[in-house]
Design a protein around this ligand. Sequence first.
Ligand code: ITT
Length: 226
Amino acid sequence: MRLLIATQNQNKVREIREILEGSTKNSGLELVGLDEIVEARGAPIEEPVEDGLSFEENARIKARYYAKATGLVAIAEDSGLEVDALDGAPGIHSARYAGVGESREERDRANNQKLLRELEGAAEAERAARFVCALSVVSSTGEVLYETRGEFEGRIGTEPRGDGGFGYDPLLFIPELGKTSAELTSEEKNARSHRGAAFRALAKVLPSLLATLSQAAGDTKLEGER
Ligand code: ITT
């Protein structure tokens, strides 16, 4: 069975593949990226309008949209950074917080600069923050099959540190490790991250989810034969 990793963000795709690798190996499951579908079709898939009011709503919007667009079971996630001193901002607006930049790298850089500006003069205790990842799995017929959320706690540093990861990783400092998320190896980040937590929770229920889907597919076939 093919499962779509429904995101246009290649950094997310890389991390999701790493996190799910152990649970999908020899499982009969194939993880497919949007880039493979686009290449096979020779036509791009437009991005959906993410007009939900929460990470959960946006994850579901994306999973529904890409499941419909591809006819596959789609796993989408909406993620971002919540900063306590900013009442949870940038939150669901994390990807385009600074509102500028053509490329992802430019946007990430501008977002990080804006965040540091907004927090200028904020004391350490006010810089508490977390990454959030809401995950939604939707069947090809639009049925929500599974949803969960993961979080990754830290605090916002006073300057970017590290070259790993993407987005706000150079700014999320993890006090217990004395490092930012961008200074962790991908294994270290995945073991603690919001995305790691959400996708490991999914990995646990994947076998029963797939059994339900195969059963449903079998039932439909039987009905067709009647
Ligand atoms: P899709 O909607 O296609 O999945 P996107 O990058 O637009 O891709 P989101 O709308 O979920 O995804 O925005 C996520 C943003 O939150 C991302 O661009 C980063 O700025 C930030 N973010 C999420 N997870 C992160 C992580 O693990 N490390 C650093 N920044 C992260």
